[in-house]
Write a protein that binds this ligand. Sequence first.
Ligand SMILES: [Zn+2]
Length: 138
Amino acid sequence: MRIGFRIGPFYFSQRIGGRRRKRGAQSPAFHGTVVDGYGQEHHCEHRHRTLEAARKCAKTDPRLRSLAMIGRPDVASMTPEEYRQHSYDTDPLYRERVNREREEAERTLREWKRRRAPMSEALIGSQARLPDQGTIRS
Ligand SMILES: [Zn+2]
């Protein structure tokens, strides 16, 4: 509130009362934050009093929800093959699992080949020995 008065050519003005308190300037505010597919952060415009409330807002606010979808492929419209590829590209845990399973499969295959090798050699060997056995018997 200001009061002013004029004396001749002079005008005096004085603001009275204490300093006007800016609403919420003192208290820290939390903003709901989401990250879109390009790694760009988006914040909500509210001033949440707790981090918890801000996190909840980021999960539920429709504007933030749609901002978070920027640059993200629409998973619901993907074929299973596309989804598998998408998961492989974007999910490090899935990628690690797939690579581990692939490695295991290759190791198993190598093991099988290794075990089969002496077996077929033995088979060839026995066929080669057949005439010998025949000569021993006669
Ligand atoms: Zn918010």
